[in-house]
Write a protein that binds this ligand. Sequence first.
Ligand code: ADP
Length: 281
Amino acid sequence: MAILETKNLTYTYGVGTPFEKTAVENVNLSVEKGAFVGVIGHTGSGKSTLIQMLNGLIRPTSGQVLLNGEDIWTKPKEIRRVRFQVGMVFQYPEYQLFEETVIKDIMFGPKNMGLSDEEALKRAKEAAHFTDLKPELLEKSPFELSGGEKRRAAIAGVIAMDPEVLILDEPAAGLDPKGRDVILAQISEYHRQRGNTILLVSHSMEDIGRVADRVLVMNNAHAEMYDETRAVFSRGELLEPMGLRLPQITSIMRRLRKMGLPVSETVLNVDEAVMELLPLL
Ligand code: ADP
């Protein structure tokens, strides 16, 4: 069953001004309950605009977002509830930590949903455990945490709301490789244990290849591809519209092949030929 669908979803910034720009155009998606969807596409392709429409942060210029079959804008007053059901972890979410202590920060979302202090605390502790924040950190100020810990605290704040759909916009951006791996492993484990639907926006195709079962490729406001991860990555030439150069694509694809995903041999061979020629130039 589809938990989230879009019908001809379109968003235009600055309608009627000289700066008019259609950032998302006629996107039709169907996300099955429990799916893990990776969202890729070059900067400016419309990823952020799309995900902001999915949780009701911005209203489509035309088209629809359906959550459990219902247009989220049918009852505009209930849009707050939609934002709890479709939780969003923004890029660099640590900038949104503002409470005195880490635990209060993680409790903020659940309390905002109307849960009692007791229930919010229970949820916050579970989420902190999930994101591997040690109990002694919870009474500290968020500003005393390391970069990776702050990021995990911000993610815990959204997980604590137990959203049906969790959308993460580049959750590992700016972290070192170890920090990236930890975050990715936690998201993957969260998905495995809870079975919630996840949309993960990432520049790292390797990360997406590791965790997502479907991939959406955004290109110039359109959904260029939306298919199983294997199918998308087996057509490497389609990654070029994302602004990647051939050697980058092929090196990513070679790594994906090592991970057991099928990749286009044609592209790999071209790259190998280029590599052999390079020392001669
Ligand atoms: P991505 O997340 O893939 O980088 P965005 O959704 O941020 O893409 O942007 C899509 C397009 O919309 C880009 O051309 C961008 O310049 C434009 N855009 C984004 N936000 C605004 C805004 N607030 N006002 C005008 N144009 C915007």
